[in-house]
Write a protein that binds this ligand. Structure first.
Ligand code: NAG
Ligand code: NAG
Ligand code: NAG
Ligand code: NAG
Ligand code: CU
Length: 405
């Protein structure tokens, strides 16, 4: 049985497994959300320097990752028009290539882009609120970047969407979504009078109300206005507190890409203060990944939920099908960047120590499952090769050689 995101959370909270987090101090002024951007930049700069030192030391021991061949992932707004266009063109190329997934496994997977969506749908309940949440998505995003490069001739790196910036400037005013040829496509067509999205409406927890955004309909202009979303929905939250799912989310269900960019959701949940808190407060990866995804009953959807729900629309608000919106990868690259900054504050402990990998193999441990270990494999169906988690803990080792700027 498929259950909606918050319904699963409710189940667990009712069992009392998770305690609600202590509420942080709240502020009515927007000022910290601006000044904390500088604080994050400074931590990101420290992480960059720490990574440089690690790479130089590893190089002396014969590592192939060196500062001369390292890939640097950059924030979308810092790319030139040519770079933005070449990223978008590569994504469109992936969407034009046939799927590797056989129809017997996922009849709705029509394109190479869909291979990634199908595998995410297939594994949703064993890759979120699990011990492998961060490593699974790190390698998923990297496999996608590799596919763009190896199969579509892209020579750049995976860009990221810095929600701290759009929390202040407005996500619907960002150049990521301005609808030009140099964007990830526009907002959805405006639908007036949309009700709030209500998370956890049918659970025992206090519901979370998310204001609808400035779109709601099909993406109007830009590269993905003609895109076909082929898979899902599996648990799509809609304004008004309802949700939709089809019987088989791996079946073919072609429809337009919808967005509902919500400045309010971005500003409330994925602002510089919440990002900074997520980097500085948690001392174990368990606390880090729980804060990031939102502790059930804690009244906060975390910066991970904040990014997803500020994108909104279909499949943006569907935890299973969310990679069906190509902006997913800019969001998850930022998630990975926050993890990387957190790891670089204490690299040996936070990449390989006992606090670096915690959690079990099932969504909120329902049903109860074994603890995730470094030797466990993460799998990707037809999107790419499986890998052991121990190879995915550092962005400078195993298959990886990248940093964020
Ligand atoms: C962006 O969203 C705000 C509401 O947060 C709205 O007032 C504004 O008109 C929107 N701008 C665009 C360009 O859609
Ligand atoms: C920014 O995030 C913090 C922490 O999550 C939250 O308390 C605050 O209300 C948010 N700021 C705004 C302007 O919503
Ligand atoms: C799983 O991890 C938890 C918390 O880190 C620990 O208390 C527990 O003993 C572990 N269980 C097993 C079977 O190793
Ligand atoms: C879904 O997962 C199952 C079990 O691991 C696997 O056999 C199947 O091929 C996967 N399907 C897709 C579309 O990835
Ligand atoms: Cu995911």
């Amino acid at each position: 049985m498929r259950v909606s995101f918050l319904a699963v959370l409710a189940l667990n909270a009712a069992s009392g497994v998770l305690a609600a987090p202590a509420q942080g101090t709240t502020t009515t002024s927007a000022a910290p959300e601006v000044t904390n951007i500088d604080e994050i930049s400074s931590l990101a700069q420290d992480a960059y320097e720490q990574a440089q030192e690690l790479v130089e030391n590893a190089e002396k021991r014969g590592s192939t990752c060196s500062w001369s061949n390292i890939r640097i992932r950059r924030e979308w707004n810092t790319l030139s028009k040519t770079q933005k266009k070449s990223y978008v063109d590569a994504v469109k190329c992936l969407q034009a290539k046939p799927a590797l997934t056989p129809a017997s496994a996922a009849p709705g997977a029509k394109t190479r882009f869909d291979d990634f969506v199908a595998t995410h749908i297939n594994q949703t309940l064993s890759i979120h609120y699990t011990g492998n949440f961060l490593s699974w998505h790190r390698y998923f995003t990297w496999l996608y970047e590799e596919a763009l490069r190896e199969e579509c001739g892209y020579t750049g790196t995976q860009p990221y969407w810095d929600w701290a910036i759009t929390a202040v400037s407005g996500v619907n005013k960002s150049s990521i979504f301005d609808g030009t040829a140099y964007s990830m496509g526009s907002d959805g067509a405006y639908i007036a009078g949309q009700e709030d999205v209500v998370l956890g409406a049918s659970s025992g927890l206090p519901p979370i109300y998310l204001p609808a955004g400035s779109g709601g309909g099909c993406v109007k202009t830009g590269p993905f206005s003609d895109m076909s979303v082929n898979l899902g929905p599996a648990a799509l939250d809609l304004p008004g507190g309802t949700s939709v799912s089809v019987t088989n989310p791996l079946a073919w269900n072609p429809r337009c890409l919808k967005r509902d960019l919500s400045n309010a959701v971005n500003t409330r949940y994925a602002n510089a203060t919440s990002i900074l808190k997520n980097i500085l407060k948690p001392q174990t990866v368990y606390d880090f990944q729980m804060m990031m995804q939102g502790v059930p009953g804690g009244g906060d959807i975390g910066i991970h939920g904040g990014g997803h729900y500020s994108l909104g629309g279909d499949p943006g608000r569907d935890v299973y099908t969310s990679p069906g919106d190509p902006a997913f990868y800019l969001h998850h690259s930022m998630i990975d960047r926050v993890w990387w900054i957190w790891q670089m504050l204490s690299p040996s402990k936070r990449q390989y120590g006992s606090i670096a990998l915690q959690g079990t193999n099932t969504f909120l441990d329902i049903p109860a499952s074994a603890n995730t270990t470094f030797n466990d494999y993460v799998e990707y169906g037809w999107a790419g090769e499986k890998r052991q988690i121990k190879d995915l803990m550092s962005t400078l080792d195993g298959p990886f050689c990248y940093v964020y700027l």
